[in-house]
Design a protein around this ligand. Structure first.
Ligand code: ZN
Ligand code: ZN
Ligand code: FE
Length: 759
């Protein structure tokens, strides 16, 4: 017989947690108690060892829907004989770690009631309960009570209040509940007519416009979506025009996984993620032949083999999709600015633009904008491309007994796909996705979010971490705060984000592959092999530097990278482009040139050499197209027996350099001899995996390190990622990668924070 005390951190209060524990203990015949302590839950149970172990496993496995256990601590105690299991009086204390629930998608019971004619909330677009509905996006302050959210504008009617106060009801103490009588209601505002419609008429009108191929703005959880049919090319093209400069594939919402499977391949794991309470956009491989009469327009996904797909997460989305079928639901933002959340802003846009037919909204305020999250299932795990709605602002627990419990840090993040991260003790809170820090609106959103999170989480940082790049706005912000500043090199921060997630304190071989980051030597890094510990890193290898044209736009111009690579590889004679003489004189005379070891630009160069992509409208576009070609080749079962291209790994001043000029020349000759583009693309991926695994083996021999951490945006490339994983595992390496924050620059802030925690 044993007695174990269990302490839980996370969203464990106000979600029916203690009654759940009490029932679970009763089911196992265990004795003891449970109590709320500060923001935590503490449990003590006595019983047979195996029974207690099963009980502990069930806490995470069977917890109530909206509960989130971020961290659990167990303490074995002297055996105590209890005669019952009781819920006891809450106590003060705890460690003042704040957990704010993330927004939750509509639950199964509410969805059933939504379509139940006999139910009082039949077709109520804002139906919710204890375990579903918006949370963080309507939050004003702790504690989480209705008057501390934007539901304060909608006092409960007698009926709702009755359920709210009846302990047996599934809406007992549910802060967001409402009905047709007391809740927010729908309003449709047409761009062309002054008269607005409300309630059922509003919904009907919006549905009619969508069926007619129009674009409607629909208010969601963390902001507005721009919505239209994915089947009508002219509508999709108008949507691109409305968003301005928008070239990225659009995400499509489907009514359910069954409908979705006509258009994409969906594994069991992907289905689980699609239907999870977070309801992220999941990148799925499209079916080459859709099993449906209506075909998704190519304008939706462009050249991508994947489709960003998701399921409804609000009652309103169910109501709309039931009538219309699949819909594009893309964040309502114009020209890379933040997503629009305020009614007046979207209404004024509708007033100005004929492209937008109308706005379907309601008067419940969104307090902070938050985009849809994006994930991908790979290697039996979930990789996050964008961590936002459904995940933020839940913290990541960083293992480590050495971490100072009182330390509070702000990590400012990088430049692209920015997030920041606040920490208190072992808990790190990455912000939601903010965006590229390139315009004043995004910077403003950053500052607003930072202030809001600091006050909600009661964190007052005394230490600030930022990137090494002198010109990033986030660096300037860090320097302006008047605190101690720690500058963390970009690629080390990528690896540190994996170390933070997985609690790695011993040395690792970090492989950090991305588009760009400021190096210690003032050059552009991005194809890096770093020996890392929480205390620092040593650069052990990198792609050979290639002189490239500097300047802001060069990074998007893959054709310039291609010329730089060909020139360096001694293949100048193969450059047929009329612009070459200009580029050459710049490179030869070192006018505005910069040395780069970026893996992202290597991918761009090859993409352009093969005439796949010459210009990137969004980050990584040319590399993504190159990956598509390789994937097509692999899917056609033509990849077996492919041999890597030639390359050289040489040691220069104690640091390895990988020289790929032989490969560039081989690629050119393959191309000249009319080889299949897919074959060359695949062979290029294979070569990168091969030299990466090869250098890892060398570094293992030299440094006696068997752990490898992979991070950086290049690892969003599934082909490379899977090839490399396989090679490293076959060579006996223990491989780690990001699963809680993005491998792209959205994960940088967590890595910076980890370095700060361990200073
Ligand atoms: Zn519900
Ligand atoms: Zn009501
Ligand atoms: Fe990066």
């Amino acid at each position: 017989m044993v007695t174990v005390q269990i302490k839980l951190w996370g969203v464990v209060q106000g979600v029916g947690f203690r009654p759940f524990i009490s029932r679970l203990a009763a089911g196992y015949g265990l004795k003891g108690w449970v109590l709320n302590e500060g923001g935590n839950v503490r449990i003590e149970v006595s019983g047979a060892k195996e029974t207690v172990e099963s009980f502990i496993n069930d806490i995470t496995a069977k917890k109530p829907g909206p509960a989130e256990i971020v961290h659990m601590e167990l303490e074995r105690k002297e055996y105590i004989e209890y005669d019952s299991f009781r819920i006891i009086e809450s106590s003060e204390g705890g460690d003042d770690i704040v957990f704010i629930p993330a927004d939750l998608s509509i639950c199964k019971s509410c969805t059933e009631e939504l379509f139940d004619e006999a139910d009082r909330r039949h077709l109520h677009p804002f139906i919710s309960c204890m375990i579903c509905g918006p949370r963080y996006s309507i939050f004003d302050r702790v504690p989480y009570d209705r008057h501390n959210t934007s539901m304060v504008d909608f006092p409960m009617c007698e009926f709702c209040n009755g359920q709210y106060t009846y302990i047996e009801d599934r809406r007992y103490h549910a802060q967001t509940i409402s009905c047709h009588d007391c809740g927010p209601y729908l309003i449709y505002n047409s761009s062309s007519e002054p008269q607005e419609q409300v309630r059922e008429a509003a919904l009907e009108r919006a549905v009619a416009e969508l069926k007619d191929g129009k674009i409607v703005a629909v208010k969601g959880v963390g902001g507005y979506h721009l919505v239209c049919s994915p089947f009508r090319t002219e509508a999709v093209d108008r949507l691109r025009q409305l968003k301005g400069r928008e070239e990225k594939p659009f995400a499509v919402m489907f009514y359910d996984a069954g409908q979705l499977s006509s258009y994409c391949y969906v594994s069991e794991q992907e289905k689980t993620v699609l239907e999870s309470k977070e309801r992220p956009i999941v990148l799925l491989r499209r079916r080459e032949h859709e099993l449906s009469q209506e075909q998704i327009s190519q304008s939706v996904y462009r050249s991508s083999m994947y489709l960003g797909a998701f399921l409804p997460y609000t009652p309103l989305q169910y109501l709309i999709l039931k009538e219309t079928g699949p819909l594009i639901m893309t964040s309502a933002n114009i020209s890379d600015q933040p997503i629009i959340k305020d009614d007046c802003e979207i209404l004024s846009l509708a007033g100005q633009s004929e492209l937008l037919a109308g706005v379907l909204y309601n008067k419940r305020d969104i307090r902070i904008s938050i985009d849809d999250s994006v994930v991908k299932c790979i290697d039996d795990s979930v990789q996050i491309t964008r961590r936002s709605r459904g995940y933020a602002p839940l913290p990541v627990y960083i293992k480590g007994t050495e971490i100072d419990k009182s330390k509070q840090i702000l990590a400012c993040g990088g430049q692209l796909k920015n997030t920041f991260c606040l920490t208190k003790g072992n808990f790190a809170y990455p912000s939601q996705y903010i965006g590229d820090m390139e315009n004043e609106q995004t910077l403003e959103l950053y500052r607003e979010n930072l202030e809001r999170m600091k006050s909600l989480l009661r964190i007052e940082p005394k230490l600030v971490c930022c990137d090494l790049h002198p010109d990033y706005p986030t660096t300037r912000l860090a320097e302006s705060l008047g605190m101690e500043v720690i500058k963390v090199q970009h690629h080390y921060a990528h690896i540190a984000s994996v170390m933070a997630e997985k609690g790695l304190y011993e040395d690792v071989i970090g492989i950090s592959f991305d588009g760009t980051g400021y190096g210690e030597d003032g050059r552009i890094w991005g194809g890096e092999f770093l020996i890392c510990s929480p205390k620092g890193y040593r650069r052990a290898g990198h792609l050979r530097y290639i002189p490239m044209l500097g300047g802001d736009t060069s990074i998007k111009e893959a054709w310039k990278s291609a010329m730089a690579y060909m020139y360096s590889a001694g293949a100048e004679s193969e450059i047929k482009d009329g612009r070459w003489h200009l580029i050459k004189s710049a490179l030869a005379n070192k006018i505005n040139t910069i040395d780069s070891s970026s893996m992202g630009r290597h991918f761009d160069a090859v993409s352009s050499i093969l005439d796949i992509g010459h210009f990137a409208n969004y980050e990584g576009e040319c590399a993504i197209k190159l990956e598509n070609e390789a994937l097509l080749h692999a899917l056609a079962n033509k990849a077996a027996d492919t041999k890597p291209y030639r390359y050289e790994t040489v040691k220069v001043n104690g640091c390895y350099e990988i020289d790929t000029s032989a490969m560039i020349r081989q690629i050119l000759s393959d191309k000249l001899s009319g080889a299949d583009i897919g074959y060359v693309s695949y062979r290029f991926h294979l070569t990168v995996a091969e030299f990466t695994a090869g250098l890892c083996r060398i570094l293992r021999e030299e440094n006696r390190i068997n752990k490898v951490a992979l991070s950086g945006g290049v690892f969003q490339n599934s082909i490379l990622f899977e090839m490399l994983l396989k090679m490293l595992r076959e060579a006996g390496f223990e491989v780690h990668y990001n699963t809680m924050v993005p491998a792209n620059d959205g994960g940088i802030s967590l890595g910076q924070a980890f370095v700060g925690m361990n200073v």
